[in-house]
Design a protein around this ligand. Structure first.
Ligand code: FAD
Length: 404
């Protein structure tokens, strides 16, 4: 076991992945989470092979598959008529066996990572422990964290700090004070609908179902072994005055954003339990050069918040965690050298994904009917003539395996 005192701020998917990976690499970590209860909001995520092979390495792939759902294809349909345009297979070849494409509820993957960390480390996450302030003592070469527990602030010293505290990261404020997250003009409605609440005709195909309309798009898919349908419905807006970025929201208001959309989509949205309809403001930030200051390093959304248009935020956080642990394991006596290596390995890849997700926003939300028509013709043509196109065009993303 290495002797450095390492703190991880944030116990989201990124923080727990880092905690598990570092524990497996022989480091002992203290994880601080501001929430009093460890839980994730009711929403699903897609995990692609570039992330799921890491779950296999960590020994949690079987549980993840069991808790999630393996889609058969990406199915793209017309937003107004609901008519299928193209179908591109997933999980259909041997290459997906140890690295499947999985749809899963955030709370389920979160719980799997949490249990795996507890089992590997024998430690608990410090809950209700909010990082308020960071101070570096250059003489002592320690980082002092000011941790607030219900108004009670204590100072705790560490040799190394990982900021996995999400898009509005306190650690990022310390590392890169000039960089602010930017509202992208998109909000995402997210919800979960039990399949039993949907009439048989509204139940979607067992695919990642994608529909792209003017200034909006919707994705829906099964989670929890097919017991529930998760949707993400993104719409452009210039109105987001609320300070909070995740809000409980109103189903009727959501339906107003999708007037004119096909019956299946509207029926799924309308079946949302009013208590579990959420609206998220979508932020991102320009990729920035450094993720490191003194002994603090960034990971996940804290390092590279991105639009969900490539379904990769959690995947990138899992890749980061795996890479950081491998780099530190290579330089256990010089963590900063390991961190330099981590940044070199991760910066270009995550920046590429951030920028590609931004480009997808333009493609998904095309308003010009002529351009929309051409896009749909092209997708139909590809679906018939080259169904492997989807996997091939994303091979740079899905077939990537973190190597140090
Ligand atoms: P977070 O999940 O934000 O976790 C940060 C944690 O830090 C939180 O628990 C928070 O409470 C804690 N924290 C914050 N500040 C402090 C503090 N000062 N002190 C202590 N604790 C603190 N990704 C995918 O891979 N696939 C998808 O399909 C996908 N779909 C998405 C759809 C939408 C609409 C959105 C908005 C995102 C989607 N994502 C997807 C992105 C993904 O959810 C995030 O990128 C990922 O969860 C980021 O994880 P994280 O751990 O870095 O940050």
């Amino acid at each position: 076991m290495h002797s450095q005192r390492i703190a991880i701020i944030g116990a989201g998917i990124g923080g727990l992945s880092a905690a598990l990976a570092l524990t497996r690499a022989g480091f002992s970590v203290a994880v601080f989470e501001q929430s009093k209860v460890l839980q994730e909001v009711g929403a699903g995520i897609q995990l692609s092979p570039n992330a799921t092979w890491i779950l296999a390495e960590w020994g949690v792939l079987d549980q993840t598959k069991k808790a999630g759902f393996l889609p058969k294809a990406v199915k793209i349909s017309h937003w107004r008529s609901g008519q299928p345009l193209g179908r591109f297979p997933l999980n259909h070849s041997d290459s997906f066996l140890n690295a499947p494409y999985i749809h899963i509820h955030r709370a389920d993957i979160h719980q799997i990572l949490h249990q795996a960390f507890r089992k590997a480390s024998g430690s608990e996450v410090h809950l209700g422990a909010r990082l308020e302030h960071i101070e570096y003592d250059a003489d002592q070469r320690v980082t002092r964290l000011h941790i607030d527990r219900d108004g009670d602030v204590s100072e705790e010293e560490f040799d190394y700090v990982i900021g996995a505290d999400g898009i509005h990261s306190k650690v990022r404020e310390y590392v890169e004070p000039a960089s602010e997250a930017r509202f992208t003009g998109n909000v995402a409605w997210r919800g979960l609908v039990p399949v039993k609440d949907l009439s048989p005709s509204c139940r979607p195909d067992p695919c990642a179902n994608l529909l792209m309309g003017p200034g909006a798009h919707v994705v829906y898919y099964y989670v929890r072994g097919g017991e529930a349908v998760n949707y993400v419905a993104v719409v452009e807006t210039d109105q987001w005055q609320e300070e909070s970025w995740t809000l409980k929201a109103d189903v009727e208001e959501m339906l107003e954003d999708f007037v004119g959309w096909n019956a299946q989509t509207r029926d799924i949205l309308a079946a949302t339990n009013p208590d579990s309809c959420y609206r998220w403001a979508l932020y991102d930030r320009e990729p920035f050069q450094t993720w490191l200051r003194d002994q603090c390093v960034l990971l996940g959304d804290a390092a590279h918040p991105m639009l969900p248009f490539l379904a990769q935020g959690a995947g990138m956080a899992i890749e980061d965690a795996y890479a950081l642990a491998a780099c530190l394991e290579q330089h256990p006596d010089d963590l900063l050298k390991g961190t330099e290596l981590y940044m070199v390995r991760r910066r270009d890849r995550t920046a590429k994904v951030q920028l590609q997700a931004r480009r997808n926003m333009k493609l998904y939300h095309v308003r010009n009917p002529m351009v929309q028509f051409c896009r749909h013709q092209y997708l139909s043509f590809l679906g018939k003539s080259n169904p492997e196109h989807f996997n091939k065009s994303l091979a740079w993303l899905y077939e990537y395996r973190v190597k140090i």
